[in-house]
Ligand binder design. Structure first.
Ligand code: AHR
Length: 643
């Protein structure tokens, strides 16, 4: 076992007032290699992360399956002289996979007084200036009614039509129509809805109605550009998906149904998401994988392991075999040759080349399963995966599990703690990690300002959806601790990543990135993660910090010789810190300093997205021993050039 103190010596948490503070970076040696995959992302469908978030679809309840009793999120459009009714029509299913449609019956309408149906999107349809939207819908009529029907983006009060197109040629058979809606020069707003109207009496059935704005890399079933840009800016090396609890589902039948998430969107019925709403599954297995490609991050795939949140579990042995097959098939979809069943399916779906995959996590938080069946479940699933894919590294969700004699290559630790707790434990963090055990994955973590209210509790909704600077300080000390130990902590990711900030949209706080229909913003924690992940060497340098409450870490870029020091000041006052870089004879006198500093309660929001952001400055007079004053309540990255 490697003694931890070779990488960090945290000498005093309660320090004497007379002893001088010090922060020493030992550049004479390296305490190991920084994991090149240290910084990644974790996501799942929670807080409308995909539907109403990253997944760019604008129509909520596009398949009319969100509620079996009424067409949720759809409403009648009419005025004093026009009239219409809408109803779910399971007797007229769109297809075998989508067993219903919406019946729109217009009894009174003219060109000046149309009637129809409207969808209010995910807390509004975002209208952007001079933008092309792709609308698609399936329509079926009776009695020779051929249209036209009009699809449009209209202001909530019905007075402004932002974009509109006519569709004719309706038939008695289901037929798909696609039109482009182009907005003019308008002020952005989300006070808008999507309408389908008739200008004469008639009845139509509507199936799978979809509306997309421009997407990242122009993928037709793609992702929202502004949120993607924020994710790419975090420089993530991996993406853990599809959960989290989302992989498990509340019930066994609600587990992430990867095979049903493939193919055209009109073949995807969606499924009940464990966070209280239905997922459209527009964000399917292929979309997750392409999302990874688009971010140049590798997938960290979590497979269902036979345990669901409400306690449903599948017996090890014959009962678990279908789940084992599901997991192995899912991996085949990701990396199988095109001559395998699922590799061929991937090719048919438009991606013949296998994706890159190194890590597979078996389950999620299986220690919540009180009867300890994980050992056997992990064993059976791991044996089958290893028999076919021996190159894959398998992750266990219970760090100390016995796993029926099998070994996990990596273990997933989750840590949601208060800022105070992270400050207390981060100085010595890692002392108890076995260096000869499985590699460490901190697959979910976040500092919470408020731990008296559970993050999923309604009470937490009184707090802003995204964290304050207080949480960012906790995040900073914890990330410094993980970076110091990144010889064994190979990967880590904050959770949850995304939140739609509209009332009623969220189930958990705090979350890293907030958004509504129109715009997105990063929390102070987002910027701390960005500062850490974008400024990283490949060698861990041992650091010793004494007589100070400042914590930190250091790495060196072996190519350029640059030494990157990260420091966190949890005090509300500035702190003078003598910094010594041992083993370096000279440093360039100018260094780059990136600083995030604010009051504990300061945060960002839709209205003030850049209230707390990092500032880059130049520091002069840098030498191997120099004094640096940490601003109050701050996270700082110092980039020191050795040549
Ligand atoms: O991140 C939110 C939830 O916290 C995850 O779904 C679950 O794994 C954890 O309990």
């Amino acid at each position: 076992m490697r003694p931890l103190l070779t990488s960090v010596a945290f000498i005093a948490t309660s320090f004497s007032l007379v002893a001088a503070p010090s922060f020493i970076v030992d550049a004479t040696c390296s305490a190991g290699n920084v994991s090149p995959k240290l910084y990644g992302l974790m996501t799942e469908e929670i807080n409308h992360a995909y539907d109403g978030g990253l997944y760019a679809e604008l129509i909520q309840n596009r398949a009319f399956l969100d509620d079996t009793k009424s067409p949720m999120n759809w409403s009648v459009v009419n005025d004093e002289t026009s009239a219409a009714t809408i109803a779910l029509d399971p007797a007229t299913p769109l297809n075998e996979k989508i067993p219903t449609s919406l019946r729109l019956t217009v009894t009174q309408a003219t060109a000046d007084h149309p009637a129809g149906v409207a969808n209010s999107g995910y807390w509004g349809i975002p209208v952007h200036s001079k933008t092309e939207y792709r609308a698609s819908l399936w329509v079926k009529t009776e009695n020779g009614f051929a249209g036209p029907i009009t699809v449009s983006i209209v202001s909530d009060d019905g007075r402004t039509v932002y974009a509109s197109a006519k569709i004719s040629g309706l038939t008695a058979e289901w037929k798909k129509f696609e039109v482009t809606l182009k907005t003019g020069n308008v002020a952005p707003t989300a006070q808008a809805r999507f309408e389908i109207t008739l200008n004469q009496p008639g009845a139509v059935n509507l199936g799978l109605v979809s509306l997309f704005p421009p997407t990242w890399n122009d993928r037709p079933n793609g992702l929202r550009k502004d949120i993607m840009q924020m994710l790419v800016d975090l420089n993530p090396k991996f993406l853990r998906f599809p959960g989290g609890n989302y992989v498990e589902g509340n019930k066994i039948e609600d587990r992430f149904p990867w095979a049903k998430t493939l193919g055209p969107i009109e073949d995807r019925p969606g499924h009940a998401c464990c966070w209280g709403y239905r997922s459209s599954d527009g964000m399917g297995l292929l979309e997750f994988l392409e999302w990874c490609e688009d971010m140049k991050a590798e997938p960290l795939l979590a497979v269902y392991a036979g345990y669901s949140l409400e306690g449903g579990k599948i017996k090890v042995g014959a009962d678990l075999e279908p789940i084992v097959t599901e997991a192995v098939d899912e991996i085949e979809y990701v990396i199988g040759d095109t001559n395998t069943t699922w590799g061929a399916r991937r090719a048919r779906d438009g991606h013949p080349a296998p994706f890159k995959l190194n890590y597979v996590e078996i389950g999620n938080e299986d220690d919540f399963e009180r009867t300890n069946t994980y050992d056997g479940r992990f064993g059976q699933i791991a044996d089958a995966i290893r028999a076919k894919y021996p190159q894959l590294k398998l992750i266990s969700t219970i760090p100390d599990a016995k796993l029926d004699g099998r070994k996990a290559d990596m273990a997933d630790y989750h840590d949601y703690s208060s800022t105070e707790t992270f400050i207390k434990k981060s100085g010595n963090y890692g002392a108890d990690i076995k260096r000869n055990g499985p590699e460490v994955f901190v697959g979910e973590w976040a500092a919470h300002e408020e731990t008296s209210v559970p993050p999923w509790n309604e009470g937490s909704h009184k707090l802003p959806p995204t964290p304050t600077m207080k949480a960012a300080i906790g995040d900073g000390v914890f990330m410094a601790a993980m970076e110091r130990n990144s010889d064994i902590i190979k990967m880590q990711c904050y959770a949850p990543l995304l939140v739609n900030v509209n009332p009623g949209a969220r189930q958990w706080r705090p979350d890293l990135i907030g958004y509504d229909a129109l715009s997105a913003y990063g929390s102070p924690s987002y910027y701390v993660i960005q500062m850490f992940s974008r400024n990283l060497g490949d060698e861990i340098l041992p650091v010793t910090f004494a007589n100070t409450s400042i914590q930190g870490c250091a790495t060196r870029d072996s190519q350029t010789g640059e030494i990157i020091v990260k420091l966190v000041n949890p005090e509300l006052t500035p702190q003078a810190l003598p910094i010594e870089i041992k083993g370096v004879t000279a440093l360039k006198s100018k260094a780059t300093v990136i600083t995030l500093s604010a009051s504990p309660e300061d945060t960002n929001s839709i209205r003030r997205p850049k209230n707390v952001v990092p500032v880059t400055t130049t520091l002069n007079g840098v030498k191997p021993g120099f004094n640096f004053t940490m601003p109050p309540y701050s996270v700082v990255v110092l980039k020191l050039k050795t040549r």
